[in-house]
Design a protein around this ligand. Structure first.
Ligand code: AKB
Length: 373
């Protein structure tokens, strides 16, 4: 599907269901408990948090996006099926609905979210709901509501109930004035997208709640994530997923970024494992609360060359999208993740050649199954 249409669909999907609930969220918010009532010296603040001998009870918001289902699978293997609840405002496909607990949850509806946390005795929250970079530029108000107001709800509920909170950040949290090659953990962050601004805000708010209230906030800055079974929606790095689908189905691919636009990327298995590892890392290992994680950097031309080793007839054209090119040009070229490697032993498994092999293997076998039926 052309990128423009994918983007329009993503904007549409994001718009319709969330908007309906915004009004409700403002009215219930006034009666809720505020974490500002808790001081850092209040010993009871941590009293309900996860004890190391139990399994955590995990809630994943925005669970039907690119990463939620895969993360739920990983966490369920580790902590038991019923201890990991996927949630979203969208209707789950059959295979997701039948694979473990799924619940409706709207992060803009404070009361609904709080009820879920209380009724299910949640101890860890993974907050995946967000509008990505390109779709956010197409709807700044919605991105502000979901990415900022939604985050405030999540932070307050996590503080109120002593949860361990994981919020992903991104290479998009950096901007044109950041050092881009390499980009360290601590440097200038002046992103020029609402997505980036909201992610810097999330990093700072989480770190503030950690220092002010002792909240167990953990955050990884993800590169562009490449996955076969689930697709991203409305990002700038999505071309690196779409190429595999188009190469296999159509034998041709139109890229919206210039051939030499180099960005940090990661295979989904590495991303999910990193997330599990930071969630489980002993607090004393963490010298920071927000870490860059890295695997590889490549540009469209290098990716095309690697794919052509297996599909030599692949036809590629470039039709540059100004918005996404502008965003990509302001993002890191290479990510410095030395602190994650030092503090909690982060190590990626997949580089470019392994990424291409695994993506083509998975999608090729799906294509064969589809054809056989
Ligand atoms: C996007 O392209 O917006 C995301 C990201 C890098 O955070 N995939």
């Amino acid at each position: 599907m052309p990128v423009g249409r994918t983007l329009t669909r993503a904007v549409h999907q994001a718009l319709s269901p969330v908007c309906g609930c915004q009004v409700l969220s403002t009215s219930v918010r006034c009666i809720s408990f505020s974490p500002r009532q808790v001081t850092s010296s209040d010993a009871s603040f941590h009293s309900v948090s996860f004890s190391e001998t139990d399994h955590p009870r995990v809630l994943i918001t925005g669970g039907l996006g690119q990463l939620g289902v895969g993360l739920a699978k990983l966490l369920r293997k580790r902590y038991g099926n019923n201890n990991v609840i996927l949630s979203d405002i969208r209707k789950p496909p059959d295979h997701v609905f039948h694979s473990g607990p799924f619940i409706y949850s709207d992060i803009l509806d404070y009361k609904n979210l709080r009820e879920i946390v209380v009724n299910n005795r949640i101890t860890w929250m993974i907050h995946y709901s967000a509008l990505l970079s390109a779709v956010g530029e197409a709807n700044v108000q919605l991105a502000r509501a979901v990415n900022i107001t939604g985050l405030h709800n999540v932070l307050d509920i996590a503080a109120e109930h002593g949860l361990r909170l994981f919020v992903p950040s991104t290479i998009g949290a950096f901007g044109p004035t950041s050092p881009r090659n390499p980009t360290p953990d601590l440097c200038i962050q002046r992103p020029r997208t609402i997505y980036g601004v909201s992610k810097v805000h999330a990093e700072l708010m989480g770190e503030y709640y950690h220092h002010r209230y002792g909240m167990d906030f953990r955050c990884l800055r993800y590169p562009g994530i490449i996955s076969a079974d689930t697709q991203p929606g409305g990002g700038t790095t999505d071309y690196a997923v779409q190429i595999f689908h188009d190469a296999i189905k159509e034998g041709k691919f139109e890229c919206y970024l210039k051939p030499d636009t180099c960005l940090p990327m990661m295979y989904i298995d590495d991303c999910l494992r990193a997330t599990l590892e930071i969630l489980e890392a002993p607090a004393e290992c963490l010298t920071m609360r927000t870490y860059n994680i890295n695997a590889m950097s490549f540009n469209p031309e290098e990716l095309v060359n690697e794919v052509r080793k297996y599909l030599p007839d692949l036809q590629v054209s470039y039709n540059v999208d100004k918005v996404r090119q502008g965003i990509a040009d302001s993002w890191p070229v290479k990510f410095d993740d030395s602190n994650a490697r030092k503090d909690w032993g982060w190590k990626h498994d997949y580089d470019l050649s392994e990424l291409v092999t695994v993506m083509l293997n998975i999608l090729n076998s799906e294509t064969r199954v589809a054809r056989a039926n």
